[in-house]
Design a protein around this ligand. Sequence first.
Ligand SMILES: [Zn+2]
Ligand SMILES: [Zn+2]
Length: 211
Amino acid sequence: MRDAVLLDAVCQKYKGNIHAHSFRSDGEYTVEQMIEAYRSKGYDFMCLSDHEIYFHSDAYDTETFIMLDGYEMACEMERNTTGQQYHLHGLLDRSLLAEKTFQHDEEHAKPDYESLDTIQQLIDEMRSKGNLVIMNHPEWSKNREEDLHKLEGYTAIEIYNHQSEIQEAVGYGVSYWEYVLKRGKQVNAIAADDAHGGRLIWWYPNFMEVG
Ligand SMILES: [Zn+2]
Ligand SMILES: [Zn+2]
């Protein structure tokens, strides 16, 4: 019997992070500082998924490093009581050749939550502009498994978010992924660090060495 091959040894692999924040929203470093921090650690790609402001630019791409385009959109529910909310990550898939895409630095207003339809409409709008949609840090957001199962059209669930884990011990989302997979939903999983800057430097002094 042949051994199972989980990773193709000849397939090119890339190191990347698709969820981080800069000074453009609530991160503590500039775009340039964030890019330099990741590049100096051998990353091949990253996405600055700043809150409600879209990144869409080739200006920082080099022969060995590319910036993916995207943003993170929040929709808050019962804000002052449970803190329940959704954070959706839009990640531009240029192969979808969307007729219209969001522009660089385009700002978006958080929608008012009325029902789960509000989130579905947000997913649909993001997809219509060529984005893959990822359900970010569902445990931190106090999402419900059955709601993630009802929602359609998203590509992945963030099953590990380092910022949520080291700050509040709510960074894992595997149970959400398992719940929807068991019920037949075909979605992928991603892990990201959701770096915001300084506090990660304080806890992990080897992670960033930016001035
Ligand atoms: Zn978030
Ligand atoms: Zn984030």
